[in-house]
Design a protein around this ligand. Sequence first.
Ligand code: ATP
Length: 621
Amino acid sequence: MTSATEQQLDDREEAEPVHAPAPAEPDAFDQDRLPAPKNAQALLLRSLLRPHSRLVWLASVLLLVQQAAVQAGPLLVAYAIDNAIPQMREGRHGALIAVACGYLGCGVAAGALQRAFIRVAALISQDVLIELRARMFRHAQSLSLDFHERYTSGRLIARATSDVESIRELLTDGLEELIGVVLSVVYISVLLIFLDWRLGLVTLVSYVPLYVAIRRFQGRSMLAYRRRSTAIAAVIVKFTETMNGIRPVKAFRREQPNDTSFAELNHRHYRANGDAILEMARYVVTSRLIANIAVAGIVVWGAYRVAGGGMALGVLAAFVLYLRRLYDPIDRLGMFLNSYQSAAASLEKIAGLLAQTPTVPAPEHPVALPPTAQGHPGREVVFDRVRFGYRTGGEVLPPFDLRLPAGQTLAVVGATGAGKSTLAKLLARFYDPTGGRVLLDGVPLVDLSPADLRRGVVMVTQEAFLFSGTVADNIAIGRPDATREEVEAAARAIGAHDFITALPDGYDTDVRKRGGRISAGQRQLVAFARALLADPGVLILDEATSSLDIPGERAVQFAMQTVLTGRTAVIIAHRLSTVAIADRVLVMRDGRIVEDGTPADLIAGDGHYAQLDAAWREGLA
Ligand SMILES: Nc1ncnc2c1ncn2[C@@H]1O[C@H](COP(=O)(O)OP(=O)(O)OP(=O)(O)O)[C@@H](O)[C@H]1O
């Protein structure tokens, strides 16, 4: 589990001053930006757009033609000044009418094409966003437990909300303008050269300092956006972590310190945002200055040439109109680049997340579990020279062998940190051993299909988590195709039927809306009913450490015995009463099995379990 301390360390890592020089290479340990192959972003984008390739082509053609219609205007003005007006002086109005009709036609066509483009682009962007969210959800669910223990749920929420939102902003607001500006620069440059190559060349020369300014801005603003995106993720992480842990927050009066650390994170986001805006302001000032110098130079030179008869007045007028169209959006280009940078930073993070592969992969060629003996759901479990260490630390379980015959109930006891949960997690295949194999009825767990594995082994965790939905839905998670009768039968067998029917809507009570009414003991009963319905061959119970009242304790004990009947079971036991019902007890210390025997045998000895038992009994007395 990611402890609060680990989280704070992560937060502190992210809390570097914003103005500190950014590292040249992204830090691989900065978990907000997971390492990904270099072209992961491009591949992701391509894979998202591929199903819409026809629409992408259609949108491109619409935009190309629309820009051509838009850019025809100044050419028509030049024609009107240099040809239509002289013809009017001779009493011929045809050319002017043709120009006016052409201007109007281009305007109407540009509008209609833009409308069509917006509709097509909206179709593409909506589909891309839906697919992206679905992929992230699917992928995050498929990733193994060790990923989720390192990458907090707050970070995942940040990916699915603020990062997807910045991509949405680009797709729905910025992309059309960005491509429009690029297209208009290309069209206008060609037209300017066509109108007057000398002045056209001067315009092209002005692109050099503009290009330098844009590149500079892009580099700096990318860093600013990365910082901003990391900062907003930290804000979301802090927010979700605090609200998820609202009970300990209240119990330990953490409100004030939380306010302080949240304010720091919030302020960090504020500063990162400020940096991005400042970069934008610098760029706008520089690009305007360059544009104004270029326009002034071209107008002066153009005026001399018109005065000297080397250039038509209409051509100069068209030139000035085009220059306005060229340089005006260059300011806005910074803004669009900003939204592009922000989306690129987000896409980078999402691509990093999607590039993660499960460390506990499903087998390519699954092996089927053999059927169990008639009327006997239990399966044999074998740990064969198994050893294990978490990725982030040393060896937790040195090599060991363990065989559980089908139907045996094993209680695992030991001090905190002894390795009990780790052993259970290996059996549930939340992790794969670093060495050796875990076998279920002779089949290695790594060879079982996910469906067979979940039918074979079920783990009931301490917190007995309830999902939003009704009580019946929560029980049916054990077997989604179960009928209401089967759900009720499981609840009855566990002894949960009476309390469930006493709830306001019985089995249809929404556990989230009325979650407060379901006590810790009752939650455990629901979790047992769920496990009973799932009917696994092997059941792992991580017994809750919190003690219940005596009737609650009895109810849970009864339910536990019901659910264990005939199954192979591993119970991480914290109560004497639980160990007493086990066929066998395993005592663990520092990852090693130090005692193994029946409860009676171990009590009769003078080992660790005998001492533990004596202490328990003393406590009870
Ligand atoms: N996700 C993890 N990453 C790294 N180390 C871990 C992780 N989970 C547990 N550990 C370490 O592995 C060792 C065994 O932990 P484990 O949770 O299996 O003990 P336990 O006996 O179940 O303890 P408890 O009774 O407190 O739950 C401990 O040293 C613990 O710090």
